[in-house]
Design a protein around this ligand. Structure first.
Ligand SMILES: [Zn+2]
Length: 188
């Protein structure tokens, strides 16, 4: 619980976590997240939203990967995390992934809906890149309210590492916004 750092930074050296940081797990997460950021940039103007998530098992083997598909699927809950969890549950043919000790990697901090989806899925670890405050600042999306979610996840046995390679993630989000691609959100 001592690793809670300021999230108002894009410096990828400032990893935030709800557990002791394991450097092997962090190095693996950096490699995965860098490749996901590159894919976000490649996906610009494809109809995918600017977020991608991937799931790997505890041996580091790839399970599945999905982009946000809100626009293409005309569905507000088709966030990258939800799509990826649904895919993993199809692959393992179960609604409870907990026995597989899976990790979710995602290009941005999960929104309030995706935190719920992660909690219900049995995912054991979450590694994310760009913190929500920076996602909101760059894109204008509303990521919701998520009080004490690091602590709440820890209570449920879910470890979290955040702010991984977030500088590259911010660049990908900026490129998406600059491209004029859709910023999908409800009117207020
Ligand atoms: Zn979400």
């Amino acid at each position: 619980m001592s690793k809670f750092l300021n999230t108002n930074t894009a410096n990828s050296a400032d990893i935030i976590s709800n557990c002791d940081v394991n450097s092997d797990k962090l190095d693996f997460a950096k490699r995965v997240i860098i490749s996901l950021h590159k894919e976000v940039i490649k996906n610009i103007n494809s109809g995918s939203g600017p977020f991608i998530a991937a799931i790997y098992d505890d041996k580091g083997d790839f399970v599945c990967k999905c982009a946000n598909s809100v626009v293409n699927d005309r569905c507000s809950n088709c966030h990258a995390e939800v799509n990826t969890i649904k895919e993993a549950e199809k692959i393992f043919n179960t609604y409870d992934l907990s026995q597989f000790n899976l990790s979710l990697y995602v290009t941005a901090e999960p929104c309030m809906m995706c935190l719920g989806a992660i909690m219900w899925s049995g995912i054991k670890s979450v590694y994310y890149s760009v913190p929500s405050n920076l996602v909101e600042k760059i894109t204008g999306y509303d990521e919701g309210f998520k009080p004490n979610w690091f602590e709440e996840f820890l209570k449920r046995g879910i470890t979290v590492y955040g702010n991984i390679e977030s500088k590259l993630g911010c660049e990908a989000l900026e490129a998406y916004v600059k491209s004029g691609d859709v910023i999908y959100k409800p009117k207020r």
